[in-house]
Design a protein around this ligand. Structure first.
Ligand code: IMP
Ligand code: MG
Length: 192
């Protein structure tokens, strides 16, 4: 578990990158991400043995997480992708639409949603009812990151990689205005 005071590598060695107008420094190194993912995958493998689950990766942010996680899922399973859009003039009226439908039939199937990060929880709390319309046998949420202080909805998230403080992060699939998704590690914004 990490909080904003955590330092995984000595301060002077922390690489800083510039993305657009902001500076970011390494927050969770790639190796730590991989270690957590292996633990998450082991738990899922135990839980879903014999259930032939469908992992549903929410694009774009979760593509790296999904790819790395799946390598450690050693049971019969499928992967599908969806893309959600949140039209939120204000956060309270935020509406979520599925702009890329998944073709797999999920009726009576066990679905594990793969998310990069749960922030306010708006996206998932709006997406769950849409998914439930397809009558899956079960739905579970797996997220690499969660910001518990930012959470505005009651969400059951059984699989969490890292609980982090309320700061903006990029890398490993997460973007700042479209940039930074390709970074191997997770970076935290450095306040000017
Ligand atoms: P929520 O609907 O507020 O839970 O936000 C979920 C989405 O917002 C995530 O799937 C990300 O795409 C994006 N997001 C939230 N926090 C961050 C962040 O710190 N960096 C980059 N994207 C973020
Ligand atoms: Mg996302």
């Amino acid at each position: 578990m990490l909080d904003k005071n955590s330092s995984l590598v000595p301060e002077q060695e922390i690489p800083v990158v510039r993305v657009k107008d902001k500076r970011f420094r390494v927050f969770i190194p790639y190796e730590d991400i991989q270690e957590r993912i292996r633990i998450m995958a082991a738990a899922m493998t135990r839980e879903y043995e014999g259930k032939k689950p469908i992992f549903l990766s929410v694009l774009t942010g979760s593509f790296m997480f999904a790819a790395d996680l799946m390598k450690h899922i050693n049971i019969d399973c499928e992967i599908a992708f969806t893309r959600l859009s949140s039209y939120s003039g204000t956060s309270s009226t935020g509406k979520v639409e599925m702009i890329m439908d998944f073709r797999e039939e999920i009726k009576d199937r066990h679905v594990i949603i793969l998310e990069d990060i749960v922030d306010s929880g708006t996206t998932l709390s709006r997406f769950l009812p849409i998914l439930e319309e397809h009558q899956p046998a079960s739905i579970a949420i797996a997220t690499l990151l969660i910001k518990p202080e930012a959470l505005k909805y009651k969400l059951d998230v059984p699989y969490v990689g890292f609980r982090i403080s309320n700061e903006f992060i990029i890398g490993y699939g997460l973007d700042y205005d479209g940039a930074g998704r390709n970074l191997k590690d997770i970076y935290q914004v450095v306040e000017a």
